[in-house]
Design a protein around this ligand. Structure first.
Ligand code: ADP
Ligand code: TRP
Length: 324
């Protein structure tokens, strides 16, 4: 089973990303062949500052490696190291109706938020389909917002195969994160766009300060509290063992525990995970050659697969190159 997922280098990763997506990627590498890539071509639709894009691209690599992506188990690479992806995107565009792309929710949402409706933004799902189909991926773990893009990918694979009468491209299936929506410090969904995140790699002190600022209600310390109605508990239960979660819930219900104390317990639980990751990240940051080597080695493996599939694609549609 080949699992593939992409992450856009577009800002600081946060606890919602970790609990909602990255943890799933870490689990997948234990069971499946995994390709994870940094979608820097996609980020060009929003980030048009070369130094910033380079920095964000590097950051994703450091973040993923620090959190536990193991180069011996999973391929972690840059999208731009596989130039065949853009070639396949063009070919897919020629078999895809404009109407399919016009129905994309994500495009409409982005335009509504004021993003420039560039051709790149419009064709974003075609490039994403190429990312997936070029490795004959079986499973694509994503959040709910990306499911439509995977369905469009399934359609594009079918258009290509039907047009050329050959089953070259493989139909991928989305794999939804089961993790519930992680609330941010204001209680809304934690998201970069809402400015309410707990970033994974801020200092321990800054992280604790953010956790202490999570919004809670005004139930007095002595009163019993409903853990299920509390944002602090909602995050804590995703960061602690079932026994610890149960013990914390019992303290909520018993009364006598203030929210400050619950936040302190959460800060400790978060630090248990992030502390060691922060240290690993600092070490990796001091070893840029090692990180570059990891990305390059993984890209060579991924590219070998991409080149083989592109050979079949070119054969099917009659594109002649010296390489094919
Ligand atoms: P953001 O909303 O911060 O821009 P992205 O859209 O880049 O986050 O999401 C990257 C991944 O993290 C997706 O798989 C998404 O489902 C997951 N994710 C993001 N925010 C949350 C959250 N608050 N709770 C659970 N999962 C989340
Ligand atoms: N569009 C995805 C997102 O914003 C990132 C992405 C690009 C991706 N290509 C992909 C995800 C291929 C899965 C598979 O989160």
């Amino acid at each position: 089973m080949r699992v593939l997922s992409g992450v856009q280098p577009s800002g600081k990763v946060h606890l919602g990303n970790y609990l909602g997506a990255i943890k799933q990627h870490l689990e997948a590498q234990e069971q499946h062949e995994c390709f994870f890539f940094i979608a820097n071509f996609h980020s060009l639709t929003t980030i048009q500052d070369a130094a910033r894009l380079r920095e964000l691209t590097r950051d994703v690599a450091l973040d993923y490696l620090a959190l536990g992506i193991d180069p011996a188990k999973a391929c972690l690479f840059r999208q731009s190291d596989i130039p065949e992806v853009t070639e396949l995107a063009w070919i897919l565009a020629t078999v895809t109706g404009k109407g399919l792309l016009e129905r994309a929710h994500s495009y409409k949402d982005k335009i509504a938020k004021g993003l420039v409706p560039s051709m790149g933004l419009f064709c974003y799902p075609v490039l994403m389909a190429a990312d997936i189909l070029i490795y004959k991926s079986d499973l694509v773990p994503v959040g709910k917002d990306q499911v439509q893009h995977i369905e469009m990918t399934q359609d594009m694979a079918e258009y290509f195969n039907n047009t050329y009468g050959r089953a070259v491209l493989k139909r991928p299936e989305p794999k939804l994160n089961e993790a519930p929506v992680v609330p941010g410090i204001d209680g809304q969904k934690m998201s970069k766009s809402y400015g309410n995140t707990i970033p994974l790699f801020d200092s321990a002190k800054a992280t604790r300060k953010l956790i202490m600022s999570i919004k809670t209600d005004s139930t007095p310390v002595e009163a019993p509290k409903d853990p299920e109605a509390c944002n602090v508990f909602a995050i804590a239960k995703l960061m602690t063992s079932p026994q610890e979660t149960e013990a914390l819930a019992a303290r909520y219900r018993a009364g006598g525990m203030g929210y400050g104390e619950a936040k302190s317990l959460l800060a400790e639980a978060v630090e248990r995970v992030l502390g060691p990751a922060r240290e690993r990240r600092a070490k990796l940051e001091a070893e840029p050659d090692y990180v570059e080597d990891v990305l390059a080695t993984a890209a060579r493996r991924a590219r070998a697969v991409a080149q083989e599939v592109m050979h079949e694609v070119r054969e099917a549609c009659g594109i002649v190159t010296r390489a094919s």
